[in-house]
Structures are given as structure tokens and as C-alpha cells.
Design a binder for this molecule. Structure first.
Ligand code: ATP
Ligand code: MG
Length: 266
């Protein structure tokens, strides 16, 4: 059992280069047990790079990453971390799987792969399917599900693997409003009742602001890290990113032009 006072993630002064270009600089993030954190930012801002580096798939240039207090995570710690990738729900249509089979895949490890499912594994699968609200469709082909249900099935697979800290990359893309709301409700329940810790990337700032407790705005560096309810408005965000108010500038130039015009005519 892991100590719940140790943060699932502690990142200090992380820098990452990709193709020789700096993508993350001086990133410091600590995520505590039970947090539901929304990670937002512009395209190419480094969100996926951050997750892939945390998962050890990309090398950092500098800084430290600790998962549950370990910079070289043990297998026990790695089992606690679940990842739902940006494309996870886009399963190839050549793969014919029922919801239950997909979730069962989450319980496979290299040591139990060729054996029958134990009753303990089956219990985990049942619990995950139940939590994801998919009991009624568990024997359906995953392609007969709505986009939102398929996303929940992919998350249920991670739950069946006993992940405690769940990293999600854009789970709201391509799903309708109703599915989005039920997925967010599901994640909220996982956090409050299932005691999971969630770090979720999304472009849907309004949706993530409703669901998460804390938001981080990442564009190479951390531009905002604080309570979701205090997340800055668009104008302030633009100023943080060094974006000039274009219309106002044109408007001012317009006025300036008119002014010089008048002066010239006098
Ligand atoms: N495989 C790669 N090789 C080299 N550079 C890459 C690679 N993947 C991404 N990058 C670059 O790294 C930077 C950060 O990309 P990343 O995918 O982390 O951004 P993101 O915030 O996840 O964007 P999006 O919101 O579009 O998913 C971008 O400039 C991108 O061009
Ligand atoms: Mg991305």
C-alpha cells in the first residue's frame, strides 16, 4: 500500500527539447492524492510532451520527475499510473472486441497473460464496468457504442488495471455534449468516491473548468497554476501569452490615421 501523503507526481524544473527545440522549460508541478487537475494550453504548447516525459517515454534535458516519491519508479508504482492517450478511443475497426473484452485487457500483465482470468481479475473488470456505467452494454461490440461510451470503456480498461493516478490526453475530443457531461461526471465520481488522482488534458476550457479543482495553463512554461474557479479570462490569458489585442490596435491605428488626416488638412 502506497503512502497517501506522498504526491503521485512531483516535477521540478523540467526542461524538454524536441528536434533540438525547447518545448518545455522550467516546469514545476506537484499533484497531490485526490487532485483533479486540468492541463490546458494552445496547440503545440507541450501538454502531450509533458505527459510522455512523465511516463518516461521521452527524455528530459533537465529537472526531476518523481512518481509517488520515486525518481526511478518501481513496478509497483508504475502499476499505479494509467494513461489514456490522445487517440485511445480511435480503435481500428478491424479489431472486434466487446466492451468487457476491452476492459479485461487492462488486467493483463506479462506474468498472467497466458492464463485464464482469475476471479480477482474478473472482480476488477466487473467493478470497472460498473463504475463506468457500461454494465448494460458490456457484451456489445465497442463500435456500437457512442463516442462518449467508448471513451468511458477505454478509461474502464485503465481502472481495471488498478491505476490510482490517471493521465488523460484529450478525452473530450469528438464526443457530443451529453457524452461529454457524463464523462466529466464519471471522472468527478472517480476522484471523489474512487479516490483516484486525475490529470486531464483538454482544449475545452469551459468544460474542464467545471469539472477540475485546479487548472494549469502550459505554453512551454507554466503560465497559470491555481484554482479552476480563478482561471483567468481570455483577455488576461492572451496578455500572459504576449498576444496583442489586434482589433483594438487596428482601431487605434484607425483613429490615429483619422487624427493625422485631420491635422494634415488643417
Ligand atoms: N515527434 C515529434 N518530434 C519532434 N517534435 C515534436 C514531436 N511531437 C511534437 N513535437 C513538437 O513539440 C511541441 C509540443 O508538442 P505537443 O504535442 O507536446 O503539444 P500539445 O500541447 O500536446 O499540442 P496539441 O494541443 O496540439 O495536442 C510542438 O512544437 C511540436 O511540433
Ligand atoms: Mg497533445
Amino acid at each position: 500500500m502506497l503512502n497517501s501523503t506522498i504526491p503521485p507526481l512531483k516535477v521540478d524544473k523540467l526542461s524538454v527539447n524536441r528536434s533540438g527545440r525547447s518545448v518545455l522549460t522550467d516546469v514545476c508541478i506537484k499533484i497531490n492524492q485526490g487532485d483533479f487537475v486540468g492541463l490546458v494550453g494552445p496547440n503545440g504548447g507541450g501538454k502531450t510532451t509533458f505527459l510522455l516525459t512523465v511516463l518516461g517515454l521521452l527524455k528530459s534535458k533537465g529537472g526531476t520527475i518523481e512518481l509517488y516519491g520515486q525518481s526511478n519508479p518501481s513496478n509497483d508504482v508504475l502499476r499505479k499510473v494509467g494513461w489514456v492517450s490522445q487517440e485511445a478511443a480511435n480503435i481500428s475497426s478491424n479489431i472486434h472486441l466487446t466492451v468487457r473484452e476491452l476492459v479485461q485487457l487492462g488486467t493483463l500483465t506479462s506474468s498472467n497473460m497466458f492464463w485464464r482470468f482469475s476471479s480477482e481479475q474478473n472482480d476488477r473488470v466487473n467493478r470497472a464496468i460498473e463504475m463506468a456505467g457500461l454494465a448494460e452494454v458490456q457484451d456489445s461490440n465497442i463500435f456500437h457504442l457512442s463516442g462518449g461510451q467508448r471513451q468511458r470503456a477505454v478509461i474502464a480498461r485503465v481502472l481495471a488495471s488498478q491505476a490510482e493516478f490517471i493521465l488523460l490526453d484529450e478525452p473530450l475530443v469528438g464526443i457530443d455534449r451529453e457524452s461529454r457531461n457524463s464523462l466529466l461526471k464519471f471522472l468527478d465520481t472517480l476522484c471523489h468516491e474512487g479516490h483516484k488522482t486525475i490529470l486531464m488534458i483538454s482544449h475545452d476550457i469551459a468544460a474542464i473548468q467545471q469539472a477540475s479543482h485546479r487548472m494549469i495553463f502550459l505554453e512551454e512554461r507554466i503560465r497559470y497554476d491555481g484554482e479552476s474557479s480563478c482561471f483567468p479570462d481570455m483577455e488576461y490569458l492572451a496578455s500572459l501569452r504576449g498576444i496583442q489585442p489586434l482589433h483594438e490596435a487596428i482601431h487605434k491605428e484607425d483613429k490615429l490615421y483619422q487624427l493625422t488626416d485631420i491635422e494634415d488638412n488643417q
